[in-house]
Design a protein around this ligand. Structure first.
Ligand code: ATP
Ligand code: MG
Length: 553
């Protein structure tokens, strides 16, 4: 079997790690983490981050943590936590028992906040959120100090403890770091560390009335876990100043934030807010709709973790934002499926052919290997053949266009692995639609072998009418009609493609009767298909994962 993994190429993050290993900055340790906020399902962009973080830990013999950044109890749900763990595991990233939550550190973070207060580096501010914003200044103007900035340490401590105890109303006070209201980095203008929130938390229940901000929780969580390289997306570049400031002010174990460009992919929207809209407004059938680029959507569609890994290896990491073509993701997945899937015959849009010189009631079977692409595998199955077969509707043209190499009146083609046939007649219904073809076969061409070296126009696939089993096949087009879903509209849902799902009644070879959800196949000449979980006894459902070739415009 051909291995499809691309050798992991170097990148600027590996260069940094190599240097750190040389200087002994972290005693040659490499420890990464993936820190999702449990407020939605993971998507292909997260897969880039997971594969990057896990891949670095794996390649450097280091460690990888999964950490839920669960600092905002209002938007977080257990459903998302469970789904994220399932998806990360499915992608192949193993955290080996190192599953953590920012909420595990609430007490330590609280103690560290008191330490900063005691050191004169944090204060309780009574300004409202709006007032804080007004005082913050702009990119061109410095901010102004809050009137509460010079509160004595004892008063700050007292107020902060009472904030924790739940004595004050939401929004009435915050804890802020005392840094520099004139800093050219707005994130350093006395950022908020804690806000009051009388909301129960999925893990800590009603224990807390204050919750840490992302900036206050993140770097300290990294430090507690011994993370060495804290990899995040570019929009956190400025936050790095604050990340460093907190760790330095506390005098705790250091870690290094490194930013990379997030994945942007054509025909997708990545923000959770938009993904939630697609689901809630019913534009798709749930988070795992195979048209979605959520990990569960891709999984249901038939994508493999290896295919996704090929993709993330191919695109690499960089410091510059860019837009990746969806065709590249499909290419990576197709390569993986090509190597691993058995070849079977399924007729997606069937047209009946009656072979008039094949004896009624006769049947025979052709033993056909499953893995023509892989000489090391010898599995095969018998494919039954009989007088009536179905072929693909578009493998016949009554008046063949120039260069058309399939069946047409008086034209001879090979039924794959079976016999040569010539079309001898066309049967139409009252509306003039072709409903059946008549043909004759050459008994001397058994197995699809030419008896006399004569050439045929082409080779087409088929299923025996008597033996084929019906299947529902779901064919997908991109969910959006535009490569950039935001193009030319106020609201991206206006760019939804109304034809993104087409369901057809297909016929497949009988060996597929035992297929179970998740099984993947190449339907020869048609593409890659995956058995859908909607399959039940007597109802076989397939998703077309991807076609055989790149058909993007
Ligand atoms: P939102 O949609 O609200 O911006 P998010 O996708 O950033 O949310 P998080 O749970 O905060 O969600 O993300 C977890 C990790 O995944 C972060 O480290 C983030 O940098 C990374 N990540 C998110 N989107 C992408 C993307 N498109 N490409 C690469 N990494 C991403
Ligand atoms: Mg985020």
């Amino acid at each position: 079997m051909t291995e499809t993994t691309t050798p992991t190429s170097s990148n600027f993050i590996r260069t940094i790690i190599d240097e750190d290993n040389e200087t002994g900055k972290y005693d040659r340790r490499v420890h990464t983490r993936f820190p999702p906020e449990p407020n939605g399902y993971l998507h292909i962009g997260h897969a880039k981050s997971i594969n990057l973080n896990y891949g670095l830990a794996r390649d450097y013999g280091g460690l990888f943590n999964l950490r839920f950044d669960d600092t905002n109890p209002e938007k977080e749900e257990q459903e998302y936590i469970d789904a994220i763990m399932e998806d990360v595991r499915w992608l192949g990233a193993e955290w080996d028992g190192r599953l953590y939550h920012a909420s595990d550190y609430f007490e330590q973070l609280y103690q560290w906040a008191e330490q900063l207060i005691n050191d004169g580096k944090a204060y309780v501010d009574d300004l409202s959120a709006d007032e804080i914003r007004e005082h913050r200044g702009t990119l061109t103007e410095p901010g102004r100090n809050s009137p509460w900035r010079e509160r004595p340490v004892a008063e700050n401590l007292d107020l902060f403890r009472r904030m924790r105890a739940g004595e004050f109303a939401e929004g009435s006070r915050v804890l802020r770091a005392k840094i520099d209201m004139a800093s050219s980095f707005i994130v350093l203008r006395d950022p908020v560390m804690y806000r009051i929130l009388h909301a129960p938390h999925p893990r800590t229940g009603n224990a807390w009335h204050i919750y840490p901000t992302y900036d206050w929780a993140h770097g300290q969580s990294d430090s507690i876990e011994g993370i060495t390289h804290s990899i995040c997306t570019l929009e956190f570049e400025n936050n790095r100043r604050l990340y460093d400031w907190f760790q330095e002010a506390l005098g705790i174990r250091r870690s290094q934030q490194i930013e990379f460009a997030r994945l942007n992919l054509t025909y997708t929207v990545m923000s959770k807010r938009k993904l939630i809209r697609l689901v809630k407004e019913g534009h798709v059938n749930g988070w795992d709709d195979p048209r979605m680029w959520t990990i569960r959507g891709l999984r249901r569609r038939g994508y493999t973790p290896e295919g996704i890994r090929n993709f993330t290896d191919m695109i690499g990491v960089s410091k510059a934002n860019s837009l990746v073509d969806m065709a590249l993701l499909e290419h990576a997945v197709r390569e993986d499926l090509n190597a691993r899937t058995p070849r079977v015959m399924g007729v997606v849009e069937p047209l009946k052919v009656v072979i008039e010189n094949y004896p009624k009631g006769q049947e025979e079977a052709f033993e056909v290997p499953y893995y023509k692409q892989d000489k090391s595998r010898t599995e095969s199955r018998p494919i039954p053949f009989s007088r009536e077969v179905y072929i693909e509707r578009d493998d016949f043209m009554e008046e063949p266009a120039k260069g058309y190499n399939r069946l047409a009146p008086e034209v001879e083609v090979r039924l794959m692995n079976a016999y040569y046939i010539v079309c001898t007649g066309v049967v139409k219904d009252a509306a003039g639609r072709i409903v059946e073809l008549r043909a004759v076969y050459d008994p001397a061409s058994r197995g699809g072998q030419s008896p006399d070296n004569r050439k045929v126009k082409g080779t087409i696939h088929w299923v025996s009418a008597e033996h084929a089993i019906p299947a529902e096949v779901r064919l997908y087009e991109p969910l959006f009609a535009k490569a950039n879903p935001e193009e030319g509209v106020d609201d991206f849902v206006e760019n939804l493609n109304p034809d993104s799902l087409r369901v057809v009644d297909a016929l497949v070879e009988p060996s597929l009767a035992t297929a179970v959800p998740g099984d993947k196949f190449q339907f020869v000449r048609e593409g890659y298909f995956c058995v859908d979980p909607d399959t039940e006894p007597g109802r076989l459902v397939f998703n077309r994962t991807v076609g055989l070739k790149d058909t993007w415009r």
